[in-house]
Design a protein around this ligand. Structure first.
Ligand code: SF4
Length: 719
């Protein structure tokens, strides 16, 4: 048995559960991962990603030297090739000087609107705070966003409108205090495995009743009392019909409605048409099951709702989330332990990146950029002249790329994200990427997006840096370096500081602070204005973290929000209409495609496909129902072509009753059969989130030789 030199406790870099990890290190090499049994988040449990998915940090394709792309004449430009011969290895000084020169030249020519940045939900709070600070304080732009736009933007906007706060209201571990809970639009077993364990424990050990509302027969259905298999995109009629039942059967909590909400009268009037029978016609869910679900939820002592991207990734994602919020308002299942509205956040630090202001409408702490008082506070903190920060709302991720043209965005900086896998309608995304004049990629691998870059800045993964992540519970936890940065790679925060100093000197300004000696100094600067973090220090969160809001140094944290009031005062009901998905199945494209994750992989695959996990789940698969497969002459394992109005992919079929008739499912991790070549880039008008969860497709048998080999795809030539 190997005896470790040290065991370093840190936080998992994959999903928003934020499990605590122990990295066992020998000779500056991590050889094993375990978890402390006293962790309040995961109690010693880990899923396969946390346990085995760390070896990507040693993958030979990891880039640990700064690179500049050779000139067009020498090698061609933006060929999407993973080919190091197209790059020149350079010193950090040369890479940063080059990036600074080009960014400043484009800024001087095109102004603030020409500049944009993608922050990163995988990076630390400190990294994200600094990157948005660099773009806001130096380039005076709010064109700052990250992948929250692509996962929970609908939930964030709905919660902001209805209660004035967008995080989970309760912690996930409170599920064992629920008498009834609804899980909807979340394949929790694969997306948040440790939370799904807690859900099963709630059912099996604590007698809770679970209602699953999902188009797929996900694993949790086996533990549920009731499953409502709705058609993708029909959340609003199903949940509003539940509201109809709660109201018409007088199951409402009148005291809560009178004391804590507004807009009930108008909402009540709008319910008239949303009968369970109407919802059945649209969603396919039997009216009687909608009634049962409404009664179970409304009459429980403590009930909660947990939801995922099946609610938010729709062109009416905001309305879908509002329909859930109404159920909590009607019954008063909010503001107490064991109740609540709980959007399960996807990435390890998507909550934190949002808290840090990595968004186009908000400074850190969800302070609107178009509010004078907010802007003045950050101008003071960043030593900027009064009126210097932009009050103009910035562009969202999808808009940043669609504005990549003459007179629009000319230079883009991407830290750790991969829009060439994560954006919808990738054939369009590719055209936009080609229009950029200058692209900086700061990452650990050259992924599908980095292949378009002009300069590559090698960053360190979670195991080689210090900082904090904020998990889906709002728990701020430590990230600790377990080994030295490989090669010349550097922590993101250090790269950003060095670049910011160069940018400021080229622009003849010395304004904001960039000479931090450690990441905690960065967090403390942010916490001086974002008071949710005011009482957080590295010492206080050393062992088990703290759940914000933590308004002062003596505050113990706030696991349950809204006990007495909502941040906006009264909770606001909204009148909702049913709006169908943008593309419904028809004769030409008779299936609805829905996309998501599988247990073994993560997002664009930059980490998991370069780890041992890829051996466990090596290829893309489309799941289809046996009845559909039989009708189309498709057997399990056959190659099939899936085609939408925007693109096509070839992959093998998995014939399974996990999907319902007429619905096919493709995970979005596989570049060789990228699900987002097919998806629809229609946006929710308020949240600007794309409709990843429903588009119309056709499925045909294909030939073996039409399948793309994953290694071929590493050359990224197939798009
Ligand atoms: Fe990591 Fe999430 Fe798995 Fe926990 S459940 S080990 S946080 S991926």
């Amino acid at each position: 048995m190997i005896k470790p030199d040290r065991i370093v406790t840190t936080t998992c870099p994959y999903c928003g559960v934020g499990c605590n990890l122990e990295l066992h290190v020998k000779d500056d090499f991590i050889f094993k991962v375990t978890s402390p049994f006293d962790s309040p988040v995961n109690h010693g449990n880990l899923c396969v990603k946390g346990r085995f998915g760390y070896d990507y940090i040693y993958h030979p394709k990891r880039v640990t030297t700064p690179l500049i792309r050779k000139t067009k004449q020498e090698a061609g430009r933006r060929t999407q090739a993973f080919d190091l011969s197209e790059w020149r290895e350079v010193s950090w000084d040369e890479a940063l000087d080059y990036a600074a020169d080009r960014l400043v030249e484009i800024y001087k020519r095109g102004g603030s609107d020409a500049m944009a940045v993608y922050c990163c939900a995988k990076a630390t709070n400190e990294d994200n705070y600094l990157l948005q600070k660099m773009y806001r304080s130096i380039f005076r732009t709010n064109n700052v966003d990250h992948c929250t736009r692509l996962c929970h933007a609908g939930s964030v906007v709905a919660l902001q409108q209805a209660v004035g706060s967008s995080a989970m209201s309760n912690t996930a571990s409170q599920v064992i205090q629920n008498d009834v809970f609804i899980v909807t639009g979340s394949n929790t077993t694969e997306n948040h495995p440790i939370i799904s364990l807690q859900m099963k424990e709630a059912v099996q050990k604590h007698g809770a009743k679970m209602i699953v509302v999902d188009p797929r027969r996900i694993e949790l259905v086996d533990f549920a009392d009731l499953w409502l298999p709705l058609k993708p995109g029909t959340n609003v009629p199903v949940f509003t019909a539940m509201a109809y039942v709660i109201v018409t059967e007088n199951l409402v909590n009148h005291d809560f409605i009178n004391d804590r909400t507004e807009g009930y009268t108008e909402f009540l009037a709008s319910l008239e048409d949303f009968t369970p029978e109407y919802a059945e016609k649209i969603s396919g869910v039997p009216a009687e099951d909608i009634r049962k679900a409404a009664r179970m939820y409304a009459t429980a002592k403590n009930a909660a709702i947990y939801w995922g991207m099946g609610i938010s990734q729709l062109s009416h994602g905001t309305a879908s989330a509002l329909a859930l919020i109404h159920l909590a308002f009607l019954t008063g299942h909010i503001g107490r332990d064991g109740t609540g509205l709980n959007p399960l956040r996807g990435q390890n630090n998507v909550q934190g990146a949002s808290d840090m202001g990595a968004m186009p409408f908000h400074y850190p702490g969800y302070m609107r950029v178009d509010n004078e008082d907010n802007a003045a506070k950050w101008e003071k903190t960043w030593n900027i002249e009064a009126g210097g920060l932009s009050r103009k709302l910035g562009l969202t991720t999808t808009e940043i790329l669609s504005h990549a043209h003459e007179g629009g965005v000319r230079a883009l900086y991407i830290m750790g994200e991969n829009p060439m896998m994560s954006e919808p309608n990738l054939n369009e995304t590719r055209k936009h990427m080609e229009q950029l004049e200058f692209l900086v990629a700061q990452d650990i691998f050259i992924n599908e997006s980095g292949a378009f870059a002009d300069v590559f800045l090698p960053a360190t993964p979670f195991a080689e840096k210090d900082g904090t992540f904020s998990n889906t519970d709002r728990r701020v936890q430590r990230v600790r370096a377990a080994q030295k940065p490989r090669g010349q790679s550097r922590p993101d925060w250090q790269i950003i500081c060095d670049l910011a100093l160069r940018l400021e000197s080229r622009l003849g300004r010395v304004t904001a602070k960039w000479d931090y000696s450690n990441p905690e100094e960065i967090l403390r600067e942010m916490a001086g204005v974002n008071l949710d973090y005011a009482g957080i220090t590295y010492e206080r969160i050393d062992k088990v973290g703290l759940i914000y809001p933590v308004p002062n140094m003596n505050h113990p944290g706030t696991p349950t929000l809204f006990k007495d009031s909502f941040p906006r005062g009264r909770g606001k009901f909204h009148v909702l209409d049913y709006v169908p998905v943008m593309e419904e199945a028809d004769d030409e494209f008779p299936f609805i495609l829905t996309t998501g994750r599988v247990l073994e992989h993560w997002h664009g695959g930059t980490m998991t496909r370069n780890s041992a996990l890829n051996e466990a789940y090596p290829e893309a698969r489309v799941q289809m129902h046996p009845a559909d497969a039989e009708m189309h002459g498709i057997r399990d394992g056959d190659p099939v072509k899936v085609q939408s109005r925007r693109g096509e992919v070839v992959l093998r079929a998995t014939v399974t009753e996990k999907t319902t008739v007429g619905v096919v499912f493709i995970p979005f991790h596989f570049a060789e059969a990228a699900a987002n070549l097919l998806t629809n880039d229609a946006l929710d008008p308020q949240a600007k989130i794309p409709e990843f969860k429903a588009c119309a497709v056709q499925v045909f048998p294909a030939r073996e030789d039409e399948l793309a080999h994953p290694d071929v795809m590493l050359s990224r030539g197939r798009y």
